[in-house]
Design a protein around this ligand. Structure first.
Ligand code: UGA
Length: 434
């Protein structure tokens, strides 16, 4: 099939590349000339495991092309994916200007039947809006379909190639048939393509992300309470998670959720509720609790140093909002670092992938270390913000030699309490005994 993908951000790039992998002819469109030139030369503009291999293979096979010309993209695809940014407006709602501007152009330029697919996370009613905007100028038939994406950064390729489900919001049989054909290679395992109306599909995405953010937040509250009563949240987590109605995943407590999706989507759904006079009280609490959770370790660090962090050097492991990505959007590490800097601490930081992005944001306010151990040199304490695998089994005796004080503040509960204590460390984590 002939596919066009408008927007080569995270979702667009993964969608385009993975659709090429099953033999479709894909053209990806982006207005950023420099980025398009790089992609033509095989450079993947984001860090995402396994994407580079697929990228190279499909470019070589001539199935994956890039252009800055929207016209070329619109001519090419029978199915046109919109994978455009929907940034957060000042009031928390999703800004649809990119989506609607491109829709306007689509209306003016398409010459034969097309299926326009909303792939971005968009508020309920967007497919209807997109349809109206295109219909103003369109001289041929078209359908608009909502097809939210559920991939996770760091696992995006696997999530796209082997999805647990595909949600398609469509009220046109013609468009539904094309979408089913396009996705059939990805659901050979028997996982479902769930067909529903456009609005329900749009809401499914917000509901799923908000539910997961709530699940994490609930566990963070249980963790905070565990500390009050001397219980161990990791035991509670396992005890709860083995109930299949609850499930083991997304129950890991820590210093809060971040990223480009959960924070934005929870706020957008809360705002969308308000617009319809519906008060999502649970989401208001989730936003509030998560914001406080990000700096939950700060008073504990201060307390250890008798409320004086001036001149103290803190080593930080992990800056990305989660492992296997260089993305730092809404990362808890940012709130922690701002808090520590404000208290006068010096910071020596290390992350396997996110250092360039952090450097762009913090400049010379931080010391950037070459390795996880280099960050510890002459530091007064270690703080862990992201659970990269490399941090899971450190050489504790080396850690002890490098750190001025044997103390670890762990925002992701990486280590077994007894093991770390046996190594002679003071170990402060989330929801467990100190
Ligand atoms: C999330 C969803 O998981 C995807 O299904 C969705 O498609 C995507 O948003 C999106 O809307 O595009 P992502 O933001 O890549 O994916 O990352 P997650 O793996 O979901 O993690 C989000 C945050 O929750 C991270 O900060 C992570 O550290 C935190 N988290 C996750 C926890 O604190 N505890 C957990 O148990 C799980």
């Amino acid at each position: 099939m002939k596919i066009s993908v408008i927007g080569t951000g995270y979702v667009g790039l993964v969608t385009g590349t993975c659709l090429a992998e099953t033999g479709n002819e894909v053209i990806c469109v982006d207005i950023d000339k420099e980025k398009v030139e790089k992609m033509r030369n095989g450079v993947v503009p984001i860090y995402e495991p396994h994407l580079d291999v697929l990228f190279e293979r499909n470019i070589k096979a001539n199935r994956l092309k890039f252009t800055t010309s929207l016209e070329e993209g619109l001519d090419h695809g029978d199915i046109i994916f919109l994978a455009l940014p929907t940034p957060e407006d000042e009031d928390g709602s999703a800004d649809l200007s990119y989506v609607l501007n491109v829709s306007e152009e689509i209306g003016k330029k398409i010459k034969n039947y097309k299926v326009i697919v909303d792939k971005s996370t968009v508020p309920v009613g967007t497919a209807e809006k997109v349809h109206k905007v295109i219909a103003k100028n369109a001289s041929c038939e078209f359908d608009v379909v909502s097809n939210p994406e559920f991939l996770r950064e760091g696992f995006a390729v696997d999530d796209f190639l082997k999805p647990e489900r595909i949600v398609v919001g469509s009220s046109s049989e013609r468009a539904t048939a094309l979408m089913k054909k396009l996705y059939s290679p990805f659901v050979r395992s028997g996982n479902p393509i769930i067909i529903m109306d456009e609005k329900s599909a749009e809401l499914t995405k917000y509901a799923a992300n908000s539910f997961l953010a709530t699940k994490i937040t609930f566990m963070n509250e249980i963790a905070n309470y565990c500390e009050k009563v001397g219980a161990d949240v990791d035991m509670v987590r396992v005890g709860m998670g083995t109930d299949s109605r609850i499930g083991k995943r997304f129950l890991f407590p820590g210093i809060g959720y971040g990223g480009s999706c959960f924070p934005k989507d929870v706020k957008a759904l809360q705002k969308a509720g308000k617009d319809k006079n519906y008060d999502f009280k649970i989401l208001t609490s989730v936003i509030e609790i998560n914001s406080a959770q990000k700096t939950i370790l700060l008073p504990k660090i201060e307390n250890y140093f008798s409320n004086d962090l001036k001149g103290k050097t803190i080593a930080i492991w992990g800056l990305a909002f989660k492992p296997e990505t260089d993305d730092i959007r809404e990362a808890p590490s940012i709130d922690m670092m701002e808090g520590l800097l404000k208290k006068g601490a010096k910071l020596q930081v290390f992350d396997p992938e996110a250092m360039p992005n952090i450097e762009k944001r913090f400049g010379n306010r931080l010391n950037y270390s070459e390795s996880m151990y280099a960050a510890l040199e002459n530091a007064d304490a270690l703080l862990i913000c992201t659970e990269w695998s490399i941090f899971r089994t450190p050489d504790f005796s080396r850690l002890k030699k490098l750190l001025k004080n044997p103390v670890i503040f762990d925002g992701r509960n990486l280590y077994n309490l007894n093991d770390v204590e046996a190594e002679g460390f003071v170990y402060v984590s989330v929801g467990r005994k100190t």
